[in-house]
Design a protein around this ligand. Sequence first.
Ligand code: NAD
Ligand code: DAU
Length: 357
Amino acid sequence: MAILVTGGAGFIGSNFVLDWLRLGLGPVVNLDKLTYAGNLKNLASVSDHPDYHFVRADICDRDAVQAVLTEHDVMAVINFAAETHVDRSIHSPGEFLRTNVQGMFALLEAVRGYVDGLGGDGDAFRLINVSTDEVYGSLGPNDPPFTETSGYYPSSPYSASKAAADHLCRSYFVTYGLPIVTTNCSNNYGPYQFPEKLIPLMIRNATRGDELPVYGDGGNVRDWLFVGDHCAAIREVLECGRVGETYNIGGNAERTNIEVVEALCDILADFADGGGSSRYRDLITFVTDRPGHDRRYAVDACKIRDELGWEPTESFESGLRRTVKWYLDNEAWIQSVETGEYREWLDANYELRASTS
Ligand code: NAD
Ligand code: DAU
């Protein structure tokens, strides 16, 4: 029986598909619209794998999703398909509402129709709603980390759209008994992350000698998790998570943005021959802040540890080094995603951000 991964050509989805096939866990269908963030090159190594199937479709297309569920005898859906970049949601929120809210609604309806048709066999079906810690809003410096019972206070159109999706999922569990489990994860990093996000953007810029644009004072805190650990957590939730529950996933690795950027500069200097870290650190430029910029995220991941035995295996230091190495070894991948659309995005986002250094 197959699993359906939606959004499997993006950053986390493609890591999930690659790990799933590497571990020999069975057939996987990847349904992806291939937006600017979706890249089939991520999956080139498995494109001929007998257990891998790709379908280009939009999760907003309920009939297309339901046809795939039926055709491939799907027993679980893991939804990664989303618009995911906070800055883009500030520039153009409409696409976030379309994919993240209407798309989730269409997906839920497709799954509901399909599971109804399975009869008693539907008990084993699972829908994993891959969500974010951003739905909880911003923490103060001394607040305890988010737990699964923290209130929802989204700050950006992105996090509001993900919060709406979470609420829809919960309502489909409560009202229709749809077997859904939600995960709320902290910031991921690792191979195949689109270079609009902090870590790959900084690596890309540093290797080109471009400025490293740090928003505000650089004191915003994120809790970083290596992408492979996130994928492992989702596999645990899929296998043993209780339906109707939510599980927080985090790296227990809070860092300020400036700490992250400086660490990247040091690792890059270490890899480069002869250069000191100042050669990269000199590129750091403080720029106008992101509107509504959440100050701090931190995740309490005790529930998934205590119930399912999951814990991160990669430390932030080793994961960051591994990630830098991957980007240095895969310069062609960065170049291949640098489409005209990507360059237009960089112009639109950073031209407006005056330097405050
Ligand atoms: P991404 O932007 O790298 O990839 C998103 C993928 O979804 C792309 O392949 C894209 O083509 C596809 N997609 C977009 N709209 C679609 C549509 N309408 N129909 C079908 N496919 C569509 O995203 P990511 O960083 O891999 O995030 C995956 C999921 O994990 C998202 O739901 C995100 O909210 C969640 N998440 C991400 C992080 C993180 O740090 N990246 C952390 C926690 C949760
Ligand atoms: O917390 C989970 C979330 O993490 C996911 O749900 C999102 O999909 C994902 O994009 C990420 O959101 P962030 O906004 O935290 O990620 P981003 O990489 O955009 O930014 C990380 C931090 O770095 C944030 O505080 C803003 C800052 N930043 C970002 C960019 C792109 C900069 O200072 N300069 C930059 O150029």
